[in-house]
Design a protein around this ligand. Structure first.
Ligand code: GKR
Ligand code: MG
Length: 413
């Protein structure tokens, strides 16, 4: 078991918590089996999480690659009942169960990768077989600065108004062929973000649009935005915080509400269903507890008529591959998945990242995840980690460095 923290350059993308720091952190898990095969997993690289990963890895030395239940028990024993929240709070609240799920996930993916390699079958076969050959992704637009303060402009250009957002969408669509668009909102007053959505609708008439302000609005503001974007949005994501606020908005909004902030663990589902608070849940294997946990989540959502889409944070090619296998084998996952991949500008730890073309990834049929670690790249990205001076994602403090009056407020409007 090896856990390697890595860092890679990230543009100054804005959100309701602040702005992305110049380096995004991840942790790469390698599990080497007795016959020399290597299974891969990828997860968050924040220091508190990293220390739990290290503890778990030490306890998992002789794990049976097929004993995924034993994996959960061993990790639970190794880390104890701890609760490690995200400092940015962009993936909802935290509990001991969610912390355990987050630590288990990269090891589960790595063991599934090894199982697949051992029997010569792709991971999607281990999850029940693929129901689609191509997994669509959405263009994930962000308001952004021209570059990190004090550094040269980054080549993506600024996006601080509707024209900038449309130009960014055009770049992403030209490069990757995306057929669906998500705008990360919660940055400017709602009227400006509605204007950006209207501009996107005018520029890309046939493409589904989503808006995600990460709980930046009150329920009242959310309802107003929902009314003003009637007919424009495929879904509105986390307009406001908490199940009760979401339920209030859902009762009046003309479009479905989606979430990766208020339904983030199995314990959140009963109340969400009872209140009809969300109509789409964004699965994310990194905090739901792995690929099999997300398949369980999807089955529950199907039972209650809740749609399933997929959430992402800044990530590399191991996570992308895991997401593709999961989406390929999850019938109810009918929305284009989110990905931050384009923002990584081709930097990766895998030698053979799955390409996004025509807005989708062709599902690999090679054994396991179908990607291989580039050891030189891993060493380079680990060196970045050691030098970059960042040990925990903190969008708020980074933004305050340049805007001393900035305060993270949710809701803000
Ligand atoms: O990368 O700034 C970001 C996103 O805001 C991310 O952290 C969110 O977790 O993309 C995510 C979302 O859909 O809320
Ligand atoms: Mg979201």
């Amino acid at each position: 078991m090896t856990v390697t923290p890595v860092a890679f350059p990230d543009p100054p993308l804005l959100n309701s918590a602040g702005v992305h720091q110049p380096w995004a952190l991840r942790a790469i898990v390698q599990v080497r089996s007795a016959d020399g095969a290597v299974g891969l997993g990828e997860t968050y690289g924040d220091a508190p999480h990293l220390s739990l990963l290290t503890r778990a890895a030490a306890a998992l030395k002789n794990v049976d690659i097929f004993d995924l239940s034993g994996l959960v028990r061993t990790v639970a024993r190794a880390i104890g009942a701890v609760d490690v929240p995200d400092r940015h709070g962009l993936t909802g609240g935290s509990t001991t169960a969610k912390t355990l799920a987050k630590v288990v996930a990269p090891f589960e993916v790595a063991l599934l990768d090894l199982q697949g390699q051992a029997i010569g079958r792709p991971v999607h076969d281990l999850l029940g077989g693929k129901v689609r050959d191509r997994v669509p992704f959405s263009a994930y637009l962000f308001y952004k600065w021209a570059g990190h303060p004090g550094a040269a402009p980054d080549g993506w250009g600024p996006a601080l108004d509707p024209d900038g957002i449309v130009a960014q969408a055009r770049t992403l669509i030209d490069r990757y062929g995306f057929q669906s668009i998500k705008l990360k909102g919660g940055v400017f007053p709602p009227d400006e973000e509605i204007a950006a959505i209207r501009a996107l609708r005018d520029a890309f008439s046939g493409l589904p649009l989503r808006l995600d302000p990460n709980a930046a609005w009150t329920p009242e503001t959310s309802v107003k935005v929902a009314e003003q974007t009637d007919g424009l949005l495929e879904y509105l994501e986390d307009p406001t915080g908490g199940l009760s606020g979401m339920a209030e908005v859902a009762a009046l909004a003309p479009m479905p509400l989606a979430t990766n902030m208020c339904v983030v663990a199995f314990a959140d589902l009963p109340e969400a269903v009872r209140r009809n608070a969300v109509q789409v849940v964004l699965a994310d294997h990194h905090y739901w507890g792995g690929l099999r946990a997300c398949a369980e989540l999807a089955a529950i959502c199907r039972t209650w008529g809740i749609g399933v889409s997929m959430h992402s944070n800044s990530h590399l090619g191991i996570s992308l591959a895991a997401m593709v296998h999961l989406a390929a084998s999850t019938p109810v996952l009918t929305y284009a998945a989110d990905t931050h991949t384009p923002w990584q500008d081709g930097v990766d730890v895998v030698a053979d990242p799955l390409p996004i073309t025509g807005g989708a990834v062709t599902v690999p049929d090679r054994p396991g995840l179908g990607v291989t670690l580039d050891q030189d790249a891993l060493a380079r990205l680990h060196e970045n980690y050691l030098r970059c001076g960042i040990t925990e994602r903190d969008d708020t403090t980074y933004r305050q460095r340049f805007e001393p009056g900035y305060v993270k407020r949710r809701p803000r409007w």
